[in-house]
Design a protein around this ligand. Structure first.
Ligand code: NDP
Length: 479
């Protein structure tokens, strides 16, 4: 049994209350370990460690911070197999995916910000005619809180921690209680890399207690959060009166818009991925597919044929395309949407639980394609966050633009067309923070990442993240 502990001040600790939570393996539905059910007092200790480390860390040279981050990156890479196995067991995602996407990206996050901090600069303004010069200092904020979800556990956890510490802050972080294992492994890697004690502290537990203690801590000055829109709204409400800096990366209901003039084969292959990768549990998945009517029937046939060949199976089987959903309660939530589909729409493919031999209690579900006749329906308006997509035809560019934007979210859009003018027109008008044209999930870590409307506030990535994790102070000198 894996016993996860909190990582505070460079050491591993049981929770002060000695209360523990069960850790489930989604592939077989069994408990395989425990994790701390940390309380406010554990968060307070993590804060004290972070606050004590801050004066030294914020004065550590950029070269030295960069070297340490590179060593963390290398430590993750050197332990790729171990990290990937833990991630897959904890989350239910195919091991192959954890090995090729999740863990390499976590290592890249540290490497990227190790370099970025040595390139980060601030502005200077010469006030001509007033004999003055202004320069802007970009100083670390102090102790930052980083809270991440279960779908891409180490990938999203490190996407926050790396820029926070690169910028000279110390961190109190909480991974999702559903997927704590790789965050636990990270503690050892940080120690081996020579990260000073207290710079990073990881406290495990449930959102409503451990997470809540972080967001309402009066001296934690910034919160970087990725998770659901409802939780994001609660965090904003709690943190705003305390004047914390806030970065919120929230849910999505992303349109995948397919025009007849696209490169069809490329579109079809990528659409299978953008619909079902990671069991559809990626905030960027294209869960609403809109297809130009002239190719709708052809697409429907071809898409179903491709999806039929996806293998739902145990995450460690290298033939598996779709592993287990993350938890029993999440599977039930996704199934509740399929019940709605049975009553009001047409299920073109899937919709059933899958029994995998030897793992009968695992949380497996067929990839599911639902045909809807209006964008107003619940299935097109609410985030399902599972291996479920809807599809419907459209006739004109204006119609599809209206439907794409007619949703409370605004995270990403995928657009398939070879018409340049149309691409430019739509990119200007689509309400989304990220627009992919003829591709999906192509990530360059320098670009701003985040959503508009109910998909979030602020941007991560590149210098945007370093700006978030620093306070700008302008100095005006008259000469
Ligand atoms: P949740 O909002 O339920 O949880 C996210 C994190 O917040 C978890 O660590 C959770 O802890 C914690 N949390 C819950 N309540 C509180 C609270 N009161 N105070 C502080 N922290 C709290 O999201 P999920 O984990 O279910 O993740 C799925 C969601 O994340 C989807 O909506 C998805 O779209 C979104 N997401 C957005 C991304 C983006 O970049 N925009 C990327 C990936 C996912 P615990 O799990 O222990 O309850």
């Amino acid at each position: 049994m894996l016993k996860i502990q909190n990582y505070i001040n460079g050491n591993f600790h049981d929770p002060l209350s000695n209360e523990w939570l069960d850790n489930y393996c989604p592939a077989n539905g069994e408990i395989y370990g425990s994790l701390p059910n940390s309380g406010k007092e554990d968060v307070d200790n993590a804060y004290i460690a972070a606050q004590s480390a801050f004066p030294g860390w914020s004065q550590t040279s950029l070269d030295e911070r960069s070297r340490i981050l590179i060593r963390i990156s290398k430590g993750i890479e050197a332990n790729l197999d171990r990290f990937a196995e833990m991630e897959s067991r904890d989350n239910g995602k195919p091991l192959s995916l954890a090995k090729t996407i999740d863990i390499p990206r976590a290592a890249s996050n540290f490497r990227f910000f190790a370099h970025a901090i040595t390139q980060f600069s601030s502005e200077s303004h010469q006030s001509i005619g007033q004999d003055a010069v202004n320069y802007t200092l970009r100083q670390p904020i102090g102790v930052a809180g980083c809270i991440s979800p279960w779908n891409l556990p180490l990938y999203l956890f490190t996407w926050k921690i790396a820029p926070a510490i690169a910028a000279g802050n110390c961190v109190v972080a909480k991974p999702s209680e559903i997927t704590p294992a790789t965050a636990y492994l990270l503690g050892d890697i940080c120690n081996e890399a020579g990260l000073p004690k207290g710079v990073l502290n990881i406290v495990h537990g449930v959102g409503s207690t451990t997470g809540q203690a972080i967001i309402e801590h009066s001296d934690i000055k910034a919160i970087s959060f990725t998770g659901g829109t409802k939780t994001g709204a609660h965090i904003a409400k709690t943190a705003a009166p305390l004047f914390k800096k806030l970065s919120l990366e929230l849910g999505g209901k992303n349109p995948n818009i397919i025009f007849a003039d696209c490169d069809y084969k490329d579109m079809l292959e990528t659409t299978v991925k953008s619909s079902f990768a990671n069991q559809g549990q990626i905030c960027l998945c294209g869960s609403r597919i809109f297809v130009e009517r002239t190719i709708y029937d052809q697409f429907k046939t071809d898409f179903i044929n491709k999806v039929k060949h996806l293998k739902v199976g145990h995450p460690s089987d290298n033939k598996t395309d779709i592993g287990a959903l993350v938890s029993k309660s999440h599977l039930e939530k996704v199934l509740s949407y399929i019940e709605i589909a049975k009553k009001h729409h047409t299920i073109l493919y899937g919709g059933n639980k899958v029994t995998v031999d030897g793992y009968e209690n695992g949380y497996y579900l067929e990839p599911t394609i639902i045909e809807v006749d209006s964008n107003d329906c619940q299935l097109n308006q609410e985030e399902i966050f599972g291996p479920v997509v809807t599809m419907m035809p459209f006739d004109t560019e204006d119609d599809v633009l209206q439907m794409a934007n007619q949703v409370k979210y605004g995270l990403s859009t995928t657009l398939w067309t070879n018409n340049l003018k149309r691409t430019m027109r739509l990119s200007n008008q689509l309400q989304a923070g990220i627009i992919w044209v003829n591709t999906w999930m192509l990530r360059d870590l320098r670009t701003p990442f985040g959503g508009m409307k109910a998909s979030g506030v602020g941007r991560e990535g590149g210098f945007e993240a370093l700006r978030f994790f620093t306070e700008a102070k302008n100095v005006c000198i008259k000469y």
